[in-house]
Design a protein around this ligand. Structure first.
Ligand code: AMP
Length: 452
């Protein structure tokens, strides 16, 4: 029996469903399926859910649904008081949450705004004064606005504390207390937290009234069942290393992330020329093209799907064995989103990142966010032992190993251990073996050593 519920089953208005459809959301994630009915029934909620589980829509969708009767096209600020307040620990999360709210609210007349510290407060004040129904804020900056009287919170009917555990870790408790004292007592409060520590329980007892409790399985990259690894590699050598990874992998499929649309399409074309069933999805592709590529990937007809962060939003793929960051994201949270796509539902997964010297600063941010160091190795691409004039023009063609290089190859890493020749067991990732009468191209030479 198919018990999968759809968004339409969750009593959401057509204008919200339309925006979800355009975002490529088909079925609610577990946290959404559980939280949305609870929130619509006006209960307080304490949810154990991490980034990557779809928690933002879990609170934003019922929020929009409940605020719809207040939507107004009037230009008077008085008709747009803050009715929902979403407090988050960081500016990155604030931006991301407000972007999601705005996407889901596209076909409603509800307004949203994000305010966070680190930028001139005067750039935010005029927007606040025009009136917004949904305000996403970091606690410190919100207090600044309260002091400057640029915002009133006496009509807030819904409060969301997102990533509450991180807010406590970051020392926001006094600020939260001050803000909460200014909100109407009669309101609905939702709290999302990755952990249920004693402090979080105390916080929920203090701020929430008989909350419903839900907890969804961890599905992000910090899960123990996802093996993370970094290969330090020059930008110009990344394509050779990627080809080696794909060839040497046991994985049947991989999702490869790039930063730009251009790199995504170029990479897909290069891999196709190498005989790999690859396709790219990015913002320049039509919705139909994206759906077709995704379907082909889900059905296994495409082995390597290359995506930008934007295009990967809404990708819902079960059992994805490997995620490769061809370029790591500059926003650390995106890393968590990206690699949260593997190792779902307890399955094991691999998350590999190719990091150039220019990207190492982003890697540090990522390690700070996930609170641990990722294992690193240098991937050095040996110079081909062929004459320059004889080198293949296609940069994806493999290079030849000189005997000396082959002897030096340290070979401790399972990814690089295998000979880079089509193996007997061709997986769907590997290009088809070359016909016997066709001359073989060279093989990629990778020297791998641990960073000193
Ligand atoms: P979050 O945990 O809210 O940060 O969401 C993680 C990612 O999942 C975001 O990129 C969302 O756009 C995406 N997402 C959220 N809900 C769904 C859904 N029901 N179907 C597909 N993707 C979703």
């Amino acid at each position: 029996m198919n018990t999968t519920i759809s968004f339409a089953d969750l009593s959401l208005a057509p204008e919200i469903l339309k925006a979800l459809g355009e975002s490529g959301y088909i079925t609610p994630t577990p946290v959404q399926a559980q939280a949305i009915p609870i929130v619509l029934a006006n209960n307080d909620l304490m949810a154990g859910a991490q980034t990557g589980t779809g928690k933002t829509a879990a609170f934003a969708l019922p929020m929009l649904q409940k605020l719809l009767p207040h939507a107004s096209s009037s230009t008077s600020p008085a008709r747009h008081p803050v009715r929902a307040l979403i407090l988050v620990p960081t500016r990155e999360l604030a931006i991301q949450v407000e972007e999601s709210v705005r996407t889901y609210a596209l076909y409603t007349k509800l307004r949203s705004l994000v305010v966070f510290g680190g930028v001139d407060i005067r750039t935010q004040t005029p927007h606040l004064k025009t009136g917004v129904e949904i305000l996403v804020a970091t606690p410190g900056r919100l207090l600044d606005h309260i002091e400057q009287k640029s915002v009133l919170l006496n009509q807030v009917q819904m409060l969301v504390l997102d990533e509450a555990d991180r807010m406590l870790d970051m020392g926001f408790m006094p600020a939260l207390k001050r803000i909460l004292a200014l909100l109407p007592k009669q309101r609905q409060t939702l709290m999302f937290s990755a952990t249920f520590s004693n402090e979080i329980k105390k916080l929920s007892e203090e701020f929430l009234t008989s909350p419903a409790l839900i907890e969804v399985a961890r599905s992000n990259a910090t899960a123990e069942n996802v093996t993370q690894k970094v290969y330090l590699v020059e930008q110009a050598d990344k394509h050779v290393v990627l080809a080696g990874l794909l060839r040497g992998s046991d994985a049947t499929q991989a999702l490869v992330f790039t930063k730009t649309k251009l790199t995504a399409s170029r990479l897909a074309k290069q891999l196709q020329r190498d005989g790999v069933a690859a396709d790219a999805i990015h913002g320049d592709k039509t919705q139909l093209e994206r759906i077709q590529a995704l379907d082909a990937f889900k059905q296994g007809r495409v082995a390597v799907l290359i995506a930008t962060d934007v295009a990967a939003r809404g990708l819902d793929i079960d059992q994805l064995p490997m995620v490769i960051n061809y370029e790591i994201p500059s926003a650390a949270e995106d890393y968590v989103h990206r690699i949260g796509r593997t190792g779902r539902a307890g399955a094991s997964g691999k998350a590999i990142s190719l990091v150039s010297p220019e990207e190492e600063k982003y890697l540090k941010e990522i390690e700070k966010l996930i609170k641990h160091e990722i294992e690193k190795e240098h991937a050095v691409v040996a110079q081909p032992a062929v004459k320059a004039s004889a080198r293949p023009r296609n940069e994806y063609h493999e290079r030849k190993v000189s005997p000396a290089v082959a002897a030096k190859k340290s070979g401790h890493d399972p990814w690089f251990d295998r000979p880079y020749e089509p193996s007997g067991s061709v997986t769907s990732i590997n290009p088809p073996a070359q016909p016997a009468n066709k001359p073989k191209t060279g093989v990629a030479a990778l020297l791998v050593r641990r960073p000193s």
